[in-house]
Structure formats: C-alpha cells, structure tokens
Design a protein around this ligand. Structure first.
Ligand code: SAM
Length: 333
C-alpha cells in the first residue's frame, strides 16, 4: 500500500510576483490591440480543458507527436543517450514524459509548469506509478530565469519540451528561450571542476509544421467547442488575478490561420459594446473588437533547425510522422 505522506509532492514555486503579473496583464489590456499572454490560460480549469483538447478528433498535434515518438522510439532513445535528469518544460499531465520512462530510464524527473495545483496532482500520480524514479516539481514561469538546484549541476540533463509550446512565442523570443533551455543543460561552464562534471545534455522538442489550412482551422475550432471554452476561460483567470469584471457571456472565440506570419491566432472578441473594469482602471471595447490570446507558429523543418543552431545547439536530428504534420527534434547543447 502506498504511504500517503510520500505522495504529497512538494512543489518548489517561483511563478512570479502577483503585482508584476497584474501590472503586465493590465498593460496588455490597455494596448491599442489588447492582448493577454497565453500563459494565463492555465489555471486549474484551463489545464483540465487543455487535457480535453488533446482528446478531441480535430486536435491532431498530441496524437501525431505521440505516434511519431512511438514509431521512432529506438532511434530517439539512442540519439538522446544516457539521461540522469529529464526536465519536462510545461509538463502538464506529464503523459508524454511518462511514455519515455521505460526506454530512456532517467534517474530523476523534474517537472516544471506554471499551473501549480495541476502540477502537484500530476506529480503525485507519477510518484505512485514510478517509485524508482526520483520526482521533483517546480512551479515556475519558463519565460523568467530558472535556477537549477546545485545537485543537478553535475548531472547529464535533457530538456523535454513537447506539444509545440515553442510555437506560442514569436521566432525571436523562441530563439531566446531555446538559448535559456540550453543553459539549463550545459555543464561546460564548470568543466575545470574536480571531479569533472557530466557531459552536456540536450533538448528534445516537439514542433508543429505548416500544413493544409483546413486541418489547422479545424484543430482550433472544434465542433464541441472545447477550444472555445479553453480560450474564453482565460478571462475567468484574469478576473481572479486582477479582480476585473469580464462577463464570459459577452465574449466569443475566434481562431484563424494567419498565412503571412505562419501562425494560428486565437482571440476573444466582444459581442457588444462594453466596458471592462478593474480596481483603478477600465477599458472600452466596441462590438467585434478583440483581445489577442495566443499565437501558435507553424514551422518548416529547415527553418526550425536554423533556429536551434542560432540558439547555440549542434548535431540537430529530427523525426516526423508520415504526413509530415509534426516533428520532434533532438539537439545537443
Ligand atoms: C500546450 S500545454 C502542453 C502540455 C504537455 N507538455 C503536452 O505536451 O501535452 C502547455 C503547458 O505548459 C504550461 N505553461 C504554459 N506557459 C507556461 C510558462 N510560461 N511557464 C511554465 N509553464 C507554462 C501549461 O500550464 C501547460 O501545462
């Protein structure tokens, strides 16, 4: 029988100061073209809605990425090599890392996510399922500097960033983030230490590729309206964070492929003229005006490969599914 005390996961939290978050949300709402960062999708409800999205027929990315990783497992595992610590960036329900455990066999698993309560629940399940692997959880914002625990510095670490979350950042920002991830797994700064530290690790990353507009459009406009609920829920989360008075009934979901920028854009739009208020401020929205909530860039393989090289990685390898809808890259730090 499992010991309940062992299942309690201690989550090291550094998600960010609430005042700073409030200020940046309000600044976004007051911009001429209002926006909310997609990281605010993920309160407890948002994390659950995303889990549902991964199950709907129109949302191809999750099953395509999992399918391609299963069919190329041997090559991926050989390329990735020995892993002391697997660092799952934006781990969510940790299912994708879980599928790697039997072949990659990390000694330690570090799950990082901004959605603290959901992360704690996911990690508790992982602890129960894999008692032989040391599990750590860190509630953190990946866009802010992340400090590794000292004991991890001597390990060979692999960053795992599936789900094409890198597509949420515009290409320049994405390159900066890739560089930060490289620093997390780069041991070369301490090579003169005695005993010598483990060799550098790498990054295993899933990337959504350019494809037929119709497939893309359907994936973000599913018949059940789960993506619409996920998108509109950001307003509920913002209400909690800044004490605003968004009324969900006044806001609709919009998602379309912006061909020129090769990205899906998600917006919520005002269904009538209205004012949204929060302590100390307000914003008027005319009917049809939108708040931009997410970009999801779709890449060509060669372009993403160049981005990895620009971020300082080498020996880039990749695998795709037969339709070339999705790619998983491994790059050495
Ligand atoms: C698209 S989901 C992917 C979940 C899972 N890795 C998968 O591939 O199915 C994005 C995940 O990243 C987390 N996330 C989003 N923005 C984040 C940020 N800025 N810092 C840390 N985690 C973030 C979300 O809470 C969510 O679990």
């Amino acid at each position: 029988m499992s010991d309940p005390a062992r299942l309690k996961v201690s989550v090291h939290s550094s998600v960010g100061h609430l005042d700073g978050q409030k200020q940046s949300i309000i600044e976004g709402l007051l911009c001429e073209h209002a926006f909310i960062s997609p990281k605010y999708f993920y309160d407890s409800i948002g994390s659950r809605l995303f889990e549902l999205i991964t199950m709907i027929p129109e949302y191809y990315p999750t099953r395509t990425e999992q399918g391609l990783m299963a069919s190329h497992r041997e090559a991926i595992v050989t390329t990735v090599g020995v892993v002391d610590t697997l660092i799952d960036l934006g781990a969510g329900n940790c299912h994708k890392a879980r599928e790697l455990f039997s072949s990659i066999k990390p000694k330690q698993y570090l799950a990082i996510d901004i959605s603290e309560d959901f992360l704690e629940e996911s990690l508790a399940q992982m602890r129960e399922a894999f008692p032989g692997i040391q599990m750590r959880a860190m509630a953190a914002d990946l866009t802010q500097p992340i400090t590794m625990d000292q004991d991890l510095l001597t390990q060979r670490k692999i960053c795992f960033y599936p789900g094409s979350s890198i597509g949420n950042f515009d290409p320049d920002h994405a390159i900066r983030l890739l560089r930060n991830f490289r620093n997390l797994v780069d041991n070369s700064n301490s090579l003169d230490s005695d005993p010598p530290l483990a060799v550098n690790g790498g990054l295993l990353i899933g990337v959504d590729l350019v494809k037929d507009d119709k497939v893309l459009h359907a994936a973000y406009n599913d018949e059940l309206g789960i993506t619409a609920a996920f998108n509109r829920n950001v307003l509920t989360h913002v209400n909690t964070l800044i004490t605003s008075d968004f009324n969900l009934a006044d806001w609709g979901h919009d998602a379309f492929f912006n061909q020129a920028l090769s990205r899906i854009e998600m917006h919520v739009y005002a269904r009538r003229d209205l004012v949204v208020s929060w302590p100390g401020g307000e914003r008027y929205f005319k009917s049809g005006e939108s708040i931009h909530t997410e970009n999801s860039y779709k890449y060509q393989i060669e372009i993403f490969k160049e981005m990895l090289l620009e971020a300082g990685y080498s020996e880039v390898k990749f695998w795709t599914d037969p339709q070339k809808w999705f790619a998983v890259f491994f790059a050495q730090a």
